[in-house]
Every structure is written in C-alpha cells, then in structure tokens.
Design a protein around this ligand. Structure first.
Ligand SMILES: [Zn+2]
Length: 299
C-alpha cells in the first residue's frame, strides 16, 4: 500500500463517500482528498497491514491476509463472478486495475490500523479508499475490512465501489451507493434488498431523485437516502428496458472527463413522473421471493 495521500477528482478534504448506513448496517466508504492533503503525522509506530500469509490474486483483486487463504474458496469464486456481473450488467469495459483487499484477522487489528492511517474516518466495518497512485497512472484502489460474519456482504459492497471507480472518471455519491447496495446482495436475491423494500413499503416516504443527486458527502446520507438510492437503481436495472438504457447511457458518460450532469431529466423521458414510477415499482417487488410480480392492467 502506498503512503501517498488519497485523492479524488473533487477538491475535497477527507470527504467520505459511502458509509453513513454503515452505522446501522455496517459497510464501507470511499475517501477522497485534495491533492494538498498530507498523510497523518506519525506519532507511534504504524499498526501492521495484514499479509503474513502472502498475497492471493483472484481476478482483478489481490487479497492480503495473515490467515492463509484458500485459492479455491467459494467466496473468491463469487467475487470473481461479481466483477464479471457488474461489468456485464452495466456494459462497462473490464478494467485490469488491481484492487488491493486487506483482510485483518479481527476487528481490533482492523480498527487500530484505520484509526492510525485514516484518523478522520468514522468507525465502520469496512472501507473503500482511492489513492492517487503515480502521476498519470491509475489510482490505487484499496479495500480494508476484517474476517467476520458480514465479510461476504461487506466485500461485495466495497468491491462494487472499487470496480466502478476502476472504470469511471467519477461516480455520483447516490449512484455509487445505490449500485453498491444492489450488488452487495447474493446473486440469487436479484438485487432485491428485503429490508429496503420493507422500509419503503411502510410509507411516509417521498422519492426525490433531484435531492439525492445534490448530495455530495456521505455524512448527508442516512438510511432513507441509501434505501432510496437502491430503489432508483433497482427501478432502472429491473423496471423496464428503456429505464435500463438510461442508466447504461449515463454510466458511459461517466467515463468521460466532463461530468454529464444530473440523471433525472433523462429518466423523465422514460417516466414523466419518476417518483410515481418508483413507488409502483416498489409495490411490485416481492422481497422474500426476490422477484417482480407481473404488471396487472387495471384498465
Ligand atoms: Zn458504500
């Protein structure tokens, strides 16, 4: 891992993307810093990164752990398929930029390292961090977490962030989190997050994509914003071929240096009343079965 300061395309200092929900469900974040930021001043010897058992390359990922890793572990095969699924679903060109994944033996060792290396970050189960890398070269994409009960879901979430950031110039916060929430679920769930469906079905919720698109820092995102971001992503990926195309086209534009602007006006070309379309889509979701009920023509 490089000791260079993390940097993103935004001139933000220690802006953390992607971990507000972690306080509730445990997840992740992306760190973006301005180029003038400096690493934390070392006052004690740094806690070690895991890696005594060597490095294990799996697909685009390199895993480091003190616990020996089995090359044929089912989790590795699943994460390899996750990469293929993300790039295939979203019609993005596969990247070979290495994503380094540090698996600490326990939460204490992980938290001690994170407190030392990223003292500004909140306490979370896992993080995705982007470092600038060498001038002109790819960014260094790093994931930190620890062996535990949530490892599978946390890795799927963080690695989705890393995969998106390996091929896109920029990923709007709401979309980054919506896609990570979508892909963190096991493949058999078809992106249906039962907890989110239940929460959204309870009502008292007014979808507002324009408001979501204005969010720039993860501290502005609470559980409702994560749930809604997931909902918009699910609507676009599963609601209709036209809505899916809106997302796919938008993602292609996010590969370009110039930001494409908000997505909402493009979605309105498919759904003149997007909030109503999202509410209808949520009502059709059968969370336990992870399926969509057939559309009933009421006319
Ligand atoms: Zn996230």
């Amino acid at each position: 891992m490089a000791d260079s300061s993390p940097v993103g395309r935004h001139p933000l200092r220690w802006a953390v993307v992607g971990c507000a929900l972690a306080a509730l469900a445990g997840c992740e974040s992306l760190v973006r810093m301005g180029r003038d930021d400096q690493p934390p001043v070392a006052t004690v010897s740094p806690p070690p990164l895991p890696g005594k058992a060597g490095a294990q390359r799996v697909s685009q990922f390199v895993f480091y752990s003190d616990t020996p890793l089995k090359q044929n572990a089912p989790l590795f095969a699943e994460l390899s398929r996750l990469r293929d699924q993300v790039f295939h679903d979203l019609q993005l060109p596969p990247s070979n930029t290495v994503i380094q994944v540090y698996l600490f033996d326990d939460q204490d060792k992980y938290e001690r390292y994170m407190r030392y290396r990223y003292p500004e970050l909140p306490k979370r189960r896992a993080f995705f961090v982007a470092h600038p890398g060498t001038p002109g070269g790819p960014r260094e994409l790093l994931v930190f977490t620890f062996w535990g009960d949530h490892l599978r879901q946390d890795l799927r979430h963080e690695l989705t962030h890393a995969l998106l950031n390996s091929v896109l110039k920029d990923v709007p916060l709401w979309l980054d989190e919506g896609l990570a929430e979508y892909y963190e679920l096991p493949p058999e769930r078809n992106g249906v997050n039962a907890l989110h469906v239940d929460a959204l079905a309870r009502g008292g919720w007014v979808p507002d994509l324009a408001a979501l698109e204005r969010l720039e820092q993860v501290q502005q995102m609470g559980r409702p914003q994560y749930q809604e971001a997931w909902g918009w992503v699910h609507l676009m990926l599963r609601g209709s071929p036209q809505a899916r195309q809106v997302l796919l086209t938008y993602l292609q534009q996010l590969r370009e240096p110039a930001p494409p602007g908000p997505l909402l006006p493009r979605l309105r070309e498919v759904y003149p009343a997007p909030a109503d379309a999202l509410a209808r889509h949520m009502a059709r979701l059968d969370a336990p079965a992870a399926t969509l009920r057939p559309v009933v023509d009421r006319r």
